[in-house]
Design a protein around this ligand. Structure first.
Ligand SMILES: [Cu+2]
Length: 144
């Protein structure tokens, strides 16, 4: 019952028609129109205030755990400053953020977030880790 030949030819004709249309219309970039590259007003570079750390508010850090790893393996902190670390756990397994010398020991359920606040200890080099997977999930904390 099916007339394959006729159908094929119909399809082919359609494809050709589409291709032709594509050729004609796809050329809208080149043209003679002097393309005035709309220069974005890039002059809004906000001056970075380097010395904004006097307010005493918590500095916030974010760590992502995925694939049984932290996305950062080093943290730089300032002694005596208060920090809030947010851990975004993208694994289904439970993880943990432990920074013993600062008294931080925060569990993070699978696929959840948790935050822990602590004060950076005296200057020195320390370690942070997940207490459930300390072999693979760890990093260094440098306090200055
Ligand atoms: Cu872990």
């Amino acid at each position: 019952m099916r007339r394959r030949g006729g159908l094929l030819i119909g399809v082919l004709a359609g494809v050709l028609a589409l291709a032709a249309a594509g050729c004609g219309g796809g050329d809208d970039n080149g043209g003679g129109s002097a393309s005035a590259t709309t220069a974005a007003p890039a002059a809004t570079a906000a001056p970075e205030t380097t010395a904004a750390a006097g307010g005493g508010g918590d500095d916030e850090l974010k760590l992502v755990t995925a694939g049984f790893k932290f996305d950062k393996t080093s943290l730089d902190l300032k002694s005596g400053s208060s920090y809030t670390v947010e851990v975004d756990n993208q694994d289904s397994a439970e993880h943990n953020f432990t920074f013993k010398e600062a008294g931080a020991d925060q569990d993070v359920e699978g696929n959840e977030d948790a935050t822990v606040t602590f004060t950076a200890p005296a200057a020195g080099s320390y370690e942070f880790h997940c207490k459930y997977h300390p072999g693979t999930m760890k990093g260094t904390v440098t306090v200055t």
